[in-house]
Design a protein around this ligand. Structure first.
Ligand SMILES: NC(=[NH2+])NCCC[C@H]1O[C@@H](n2cnc3c(N)ncnc32)[C@H](O)[C@@H]1O
Length: 445
């Protein structure tokens, strides 16, 4: 932690108490634990304050603090930044498990991974992280002969999962453990860590952080991660039907002119990404490309952050704006930003970008075939479908036009399961002047 020592005093600092633990995700931030008393020197923004703890200073998330002496009920920001009650509460009911189990492409892929590695799974120790109803664990017990499967589930579903394991004669091999995987004590390290952690745009909900923490704590050296790698794919696309039903609709409904509502429609329907979008392959303006790739053996939790260090530091007056911008971009973690360069293959309307993910499961046998789950438009549909990012205004493009730029996934520093997806693009065309644009989409805070 290279935070600077307190030098000059600002206005009289106020004493705040920490409502929960916070672990700094960048050198400009200050870690603390519940109950710590922090001196807030500068409320530099609504979300981040400049504070001191035992003589060390750095940025802290304002929502984690309450003015010392204030009553519990005074502060609405008691919310847990992981929103665990809501998150694990939703997995304590059947609705989401029914959706996932009904997704045959997803579930059969995991079964195929177990079947094609059944021989190598013999006598291995497996952790199924976030086992839900235990389907993957029971595949392991039924289709292979591991010595032990630790089926880890934090929600109240775990007690039902124990019953299912017994009901299906798997209790000899499968042990259900209720709790967060990153907090549980296991009796041993594991040979394989399997999990179905992917969210919309691959990372939403950031369950991946739990998988990485569990990997670092419980996967033995040389152990296998399933999935072994993951990639976020992106393509510029048409979305004419969505545009027609949400924007063009207001031009002449029942012969009336409702166009004054179109700015409202843009705000309401195009500000956030559209989840569960089913893009027609015909609407892709060119071939997709993988913009973000994760190696599940080497990616670190800190790589999931984007810390524009200079945004949190007080800007030293002597640094020129140019230098600040240059340094700022040097803080962006490579894992969370991707460049793209598309060449439009056919004339059409560029309404936006569509994103989806793929994950790969390496074979336990040297040279064995890798299994892939592809949630894109040319594969069997999954419950994730795809995610559509609508531009504010559609743009006519022509074959040969180039659309290049980058995507940045910026994890929310306070609401830990949320992120913002920022897209920057430039269109170079032989027929029109070049156009550039940028847009950030919150998911969801
Ligand atoms: N692909 C997803 N988006 N979600 C599918 C898996 C989610 C399952 O993992 C459980 N789960 C999520 N995080 C954890 C965790 N840290 N520890 C244990 N179980 C978890 C959660 O309760 C649910 O049953």
């Amino acid at each position: 932690m290279q935070t600077e020592k307190v030098e000059e005093e600002d206005d009289a600092p106020e004493e705040y108490v920490a409502l929960c633990d916070f672990t700094a995700s960048g050198s400009e931030q200050l870690s603390f634990i519940t109950g710590d008393k922090l001196l807030v020197h500068n409320k530099s923004s609504a979300d981040w304050w400049w504070a001191e703890l035992q003589g060390v200073i750095g940025y802290v998330p304002a929502s984690y603090l309450r003015l010392d002496g204030a009553e519990e009920g005074d502060d609405a920001s008691l919310e847990d930044p992981w929103q665990d009650d809501e998150y694990f509460g939703s997995y304590g009911t059947l609705r989401l498990h029914l959706e996932m189990l009904s997704d045959r492409s997803r579930t059969e892929t995991y079964r195929q991974v177990i079947v094609s590695n059944s021989a190598s799974l013999r006598d291995k120790v497996v952790m199924d992280l976030g086992c839900g109803t235990g389907i993957i664990s029971m595949f392991c017990a039924q289709l292979a002969k591991p010595s032990m499967v630790y089926a880890v589930e934090a929600s109240s579903m775990a007690e039902h999962t124990r019953q299912l394991v017994k009901q299906n004669g798997c209790e000899e091999v499968v042990t259900v453990l209720q709790g967060r995987a990153e907090e549980l004590e296991l009796p041993e390290q594991v040979d394989i860590l399997v999990s179905e952690w992917m969210g919309n745009c691959l990372l939403f909900e950031f369950m991946v952080e739990s998988v990485l923490l569990a990997r670092d704590r419980w996967l033995r050296d040389g152990g296998v991660m399933w999935p072994s790698s993951a990639a976020l794919a992106l393509v510029p696309c048409q979305a004419d039907s969505y545009y027609t039903e949400t924007m063009a609709f207001w031009e002449r409904p029942y012969g009336l002119d409702f166009t004054p509502l179109q700015p409202l429609a843009q705000q309401e329907f195009f500000t956030k990404p559209k989840f569960s979008h089913l893009i027609d392959p015909e609407d892709c303006l060119c071939a997709p490309c993988d913009v973000i790739c994760l190696n599940m053996y080497t990616v670190q939790v800190r790589d999931l952050e984007v810390s524009n260090g200079l945004l949190y530091y007080k800007r030293p007056q002597f640094l020129s704006v140019y230098l600040l911008i240059l340094m700022e971009h040097s803080f962006i973690s490579q894992e969370m930003t991707g460049e793209f360069q598309f060449c439009v293959e056919k004339p059409g309307i560029f309404h936006g970008f569509t994103a989806w993910f793929t994950v790969q499961f390496e074979s336990l046998e040297m040279g064995g075939a890798t299994v892939e789950l592809n949630t894109g438009p040319n594969s069997d549909p999954t419950h994730w479908k795809q995610t559509l990012f609508m531009l504010d205004r559609p743009i006519q493009v022509y074959a040969g036009d180039s659309i290049h730029g980058n995507i940045v996934l910026r994890r929310n520093p306070v609401w830990r399961r949320h992120m913002t997806v920022a897209l920057h693009w430039t269109i170079n065309s032989n027929t029109d002047d070049s156009q550039a644009g940028t847009k950030s989409f919150p998911m969801w805070r």
